[in-house]
Design a protein around this ligand. Structure first.
Ligand code: CTP
Length: 222
């Protein structure tokens, strides 16, 4: 394969995670997976060997991409670490931060909560932060930040707190616009500053992000 990422191994996580409550219910989120799938497609087009770890979405696998389907945050964590080694990790998935402390083996019946029902949730593991602190850390770590408020401040905080190289931030509307639409606007933060990608179709914004990643790995290609 030729292209700016030829010979590179890339892991991309994409989509939501579903955290089961009982055999019929789960806690999920509005991520469509489109942005992560577009990044996986653009990286494969740039010549990379791409492993895509996908949460529950109905999207076709991009050409030339190896896909592993997962459901929960714990499964996504295991699949990402199983896909190592890699040169680049792009965490585009909207991973649940909390999961039910217990999964009921039978359907939770309405009668258990005449006055309402309180769910006990526990924290999930942070895949991006754990991978960034791991001895097998890919050379370039890219996180996403989906924010409703203070987008830039939150993105810069995540860049430092998770010890990653790039954070691609997007604003999410109350109707989930940044998640479900076909267009996106990303502001990519690094230690030196920020770059805007888009607005435009997620496929075009993903290609720009992959070009930026390739440039970071290899600023002066032959
Ligand atoms: N992420 C992860 N594992 C988690 C939670 C988040 O790998 N358990 C990654 C996401 O894939 C994304 C980045 O961390 O690349 C930021 O995710 P986001 O949900 O915006 O931030 P959180 O760390 O969850 O913080 P908060 O929800 O407070 O904004």
């Amino acid at each position: 394969m030729s292209g700016p990422l030829a010979g590179r191994r890339v892991i991309v996580s994409a989509g939501p995670t579903y955290e089961d409550l009982d055999p019929v219910r789960f806690l999920g989120n509005r991520s469509s997976g489109k942005m992560g799938f577009a990044v996986a497609a653009a990286a494969a087009q740039a010549g990379a060997d791409v492993q895509l770890v996908a949460g529950p979405v109905h999207l076709p696998t991009p050409d030339g991409v190896t896909r592993v389907d997962v459901r929960s945050a714990a499964q996504m964590h295991a699949a990402v670490f199983a896909a190592l080694p890699a040169d680049i990790y792009v965490g585009a998935a909207a991973v649940a931060d909390f999961t039910p402390a217990r999964v009921a083996t039978s359907k939770i019946k309405k009668r258990v909560g005449e006055a309402g029902l309180t769910l006990e949730l526990v924290r999930t593991r942070d895949i991006l932060a754990e991978l960034a602190a791991d001895p097998r850390r890919p050379r370039l770590m890219v996180g996403f930040a989906a924010e409703t408020d203070d987008v830039d401040d939150n993105a810069r905080h995540k860049l430092a707190a998770k010890r990653v190289d790039l954070i691609a931030a997007n604003r999410v509307g109350v109707a989930g616009s940044g998640f479900e639409g076909d267009d996106n606007l990303l502001v990519v933060h690094d230690a030196a500053g920020q770059h805007s990608l888009g607005p435009g179709p997620k496929t075009a914004v993903a290609a720009d992000l992959v070009a930026l990643i390739a440039h970071r790995l290899d600023p002066e290609p032959p």
